[in-house]
Design a protein around this ligand. Structure first.
Ligand SMILES: [Fe+2]
Ligand SMILES: [Fe+2]
Length: 391
């Protein structure tokens, strides 16, 4: 039995209810068991009436004391709270809602409809280090790029750069929408996943801004968006399963983009384009790291999911069967850029380099797939079935 005799006291002096007295009352009541009494002293005008109203609202009982300026509060039933563990649970309950992990939660709150609420669906190792790197490596397209150093380039080179910036920007927008679509579905109990994906969204917004800016900075503006590219990206945006979407975007797509961005940095005709490719590459490496870490986590627990990942690549390949390959806008721009111009000799050099780029992309994709436990034969088939539009 709790001790219900009056022992707890609080002296409000002349502090009134509307001046903050409830702060002291709640602190004092926190030390009183349910049903126990708190002795209150206070001399503010009308305190008895104000205390009676406040007690009714808070679920306590009020009695006037025997002496002048004395009052008594009997502690009513508290709203029950639920202690959540600071450790990551395997399943997150809808009733935990938006409460931070490890907080006390008042029971009886609303249920939220987060559909991704098991650890095995969303988790990854190394989230803390990926997030920390992301937070430390944020850059600004306005502040950190030497826009004044952009030289006047030959027309065909500037046009090739602008076309590639157009292609990059549409891919950045897709890479922004995919994580953004899933964030609101993930239970906040798994906040590290949400935070990492939110950083990814910010990165992609910056990439889209920076690449568009580069196209505009030379005075020529954006090039053409091809139907093939849009069709390919739509299949990525429509993927409903989180793990498959992360596999297609972060492992297959952004993995392929790492090779592309490295190629652009090496073949850039100006320091601005080179730096943009370098900065974007650093960010994309983190996105790929998250994808790999998530897939490792999932596949370690459910090795047969490799089958569904492979099936997703093949399904996407069948949907894109009518799409002949990389859009000619992008291919031609890559060739002219890599060859350094549009003369027959330069085109020959450029075409050879672009063929080498495709081989490197394929090689890196296969290595990543094998790193995730796909056997060599499956890795070859899946890498070959990956969209010809890179993302
Ligand atoms: Fe990006
Ligand atoms: Fe990315």
């Amino acid at each position: 039995m709790p001790d219900l005799t009056t022992k707890a006291r609080v002296d409000l002096e002349d502090l009134a209810i509307h001046e903050g007295a409830p702060v002291l009352l709640r602190r004092a009541l926190a030390e009183v068991a349910e049903g126990g009494f708190l002795e209150v002293r206070g001399s503010s005008p009308g305190l008895a009436d104000d205390l009676a109203v406040w007690c009714r609202k808070e679920g306590h009982s009020y009695e006037r004391g025997t002496l002048a300026c004395s009052h008594r509060i009997q502690h009513g039933a508290s709203i029950p709270t639920l202690a959540t563990s600071a450790a990551v649970s395997q399943v997150a309950e809808p009733g935990w809602g938006l409460a931070p992990r490890g907080a006390l939660i008042e029971t009886g709150g609303p249920e939220f409809s987060f559909t991704l609420r098991t650890k095995r669906e969303v988790w990854a190792q190394e989230l803390d280090s990926i997030y920390r790197q992301a937070a430390n490596n944020q850059w600004s397209a306005r502040r950190d790029i030497p826009w004044d150093h952009l030289p006047k380039l030959p027309l065909e080179i500037e046009a090739a750069v602008c076309q590639l910036m157009t292609f990059l920007t549409e891919n950045e927008i897709a890479a922004l929408y995919v994580p953004a679509r899933f964030i609101s579905r993930i239970h906040p109990h798994y906040r590290e996943v949400v935070e990492t994906l939110a950083m990814q969204v910010v990165d992609e917004a910056r990439h889209a801004e920076a690449f568009t800016r580069r196209a505009e900075a030379g005075g020529m503006g954006l090039g053409t968006t091809a139907v093939t590219g849009q069709l390919s990206l739509r299949t990525l945006l429509e993927e409903a399963d989180f793990t498959i979407a992360i596999f297609l975007l972060c492992v297959m797509g952004e993995g392929t983009f790492l090779t592309l961005l490295k190629f652009l940095e090496e073949n850039a005709p100006d320091p601005v384009t080179a730096l943009l490719a370098q900065f974007a590459h650093r960010d994309e490496a983190r996105h790929v790291a998250f994808g790999i870490a998530h897939l490792r986590y999932v596949l370690h627990r459910e090795p047969n999911r490799r089958g569904s990942l492979g099936a997703a690549v093949e399904r996407r390949s069948r949907m894109l069967a009518t799409v002949s390959g990389l859009s000619p806008y992008v291919y031609d721009a890559l060739v002219i850029l890599a060859g350094g111009g549009a003369s027959p000799a330069q085109i020959r050099t450029g075409a050879r380099r672009v063929a080498g780029l495709h081989r490197e992309m394929d090689h890196a994709r296969r290595a990543r797939l094998q790193g995730l436990g796909f056997d060599a034969e499956d890795a070859i088939a899946l890498s070959a079935a990956h969209t010809k539009n890179f993302m």
